[in-house]
Design a protein around this ligand. Structure first.
Ligand SMILES: CSCCC(=O)C(=O)COP(=O)(O)O
Ligand SMILES: [Mg+2]
Length: 247
């Protein structure tokens, strides 16, 4: 590909970072620690705000008829009932790998303690790290767009096996800008950055995200990594197993 882009937008899971790191290290950290974390941090104002968001989402899910959702009455339930219902709602959403703001917000806050204490160090593919450096050295702007909260994204790139990479990125987007499978989300991102969609390269392992970005007029490459969902050879999009083939 000729360098017809001057902005790069990167997904994380399955793109810069192995799916296994997210599913076998980051998510189990939440599952193993959330019970104790909520008990210990229950009165922390940030946890209170996340509990409120989880409760609002749970009540919406119940109204929408989601079978596993459990309503939370913040005014009438006891604090222990609320805590147990938060645990139950987080549990089913994590089993479903739900990419939704309230869940991602609480996960991100828990990961803050894990990354900052050194309990977690993220994994970035060598070629992804090298390509990001090359893009930045070539004057391109590199952004992240992930379902993980912006706070979690910064923790992940700030505490990686390639060191603190935060200085390389021009900005971060999460699902507050819109779902990753909606073309409008990509239109909002390029508008926010202030670039033409045709000058932006988006890389992701998710074919639905690639289709959405393509519909919004961005250039795309499908990230093919070990453990990613298989991509059909005739998917109609450029694929890459190594970022250095793109950079
Ligand atoms: C950035 S935090 C960990 C990743 C995460 O929670 C997630 O859902 C990753 O989704 P992505 O959009 O990066 O595939
Ligand atoms: Mg991904």
């Amino acid at each position: 590909m000729a360098a017809t882009y001057d902005t790069v937008v990167l997904d994380i899971e399955g793109t810069t970072t192995p799916i296994t790191f997210v599913h076998e290290t980051m998510f189990p950290y939440i599952t193993s620690n959330i019970d104790e974390f909520l008990t210990t941090h229950w009165t922390d104002p940030t946890v209170r705000a996340h509990v409120q968001s989880i409760a609002e989402q749970a009540n919406k899910d119940v109204a929408d008829g989601l079978a596993q959702a459990i309503a939370i009455d913040l005014a009438a339930d006891s604090q222990e009932e609320i805590r147990q219902k938060v645990l139950a709602n987080v549990s089913w959403q994590m089993r479903a790998d739900r990419k939704i703001g309230p869940l991602k917000g609480l996960q991100g806050y828990m990961w803050k303690f894990a990354f900052e204490s050194g309990a977690l160090v993220s994994v970035i593919y060598d070629d992804a790290s090298m390509a990001i450096h090359r893009w930045v050295e070539a004057g391109k702007n590199v952004y992240i767009y992930s379902s993980g909260s912006v706070e979690a994204q910064k923790l992940l790139f700030g505490h990686s096996d390639h060191g603190n990479m935060l200085g390389l990125f021009s900005g971060y987007y999460d699902t507050k800008i819109g779902a990753k499978v909606e073309p409008e989300s990509y239109s909002r991102i390029v508008k926010d950055i202030g670039v033409e969609p045709s000058r932006v390269l988006f890389i992701s392992d998710s074919i639905k995200e690639i289709q959405a970005a393509d519909q919004a007029g961005l250039q795309t490459v499908v990230s093919v990594r070990p453990g990613n969902a298989p991509i059909a050879e005739d998917c109609g999009f450029r694929t890459a197993t190594n970022f250095l083939d793109i950079a």
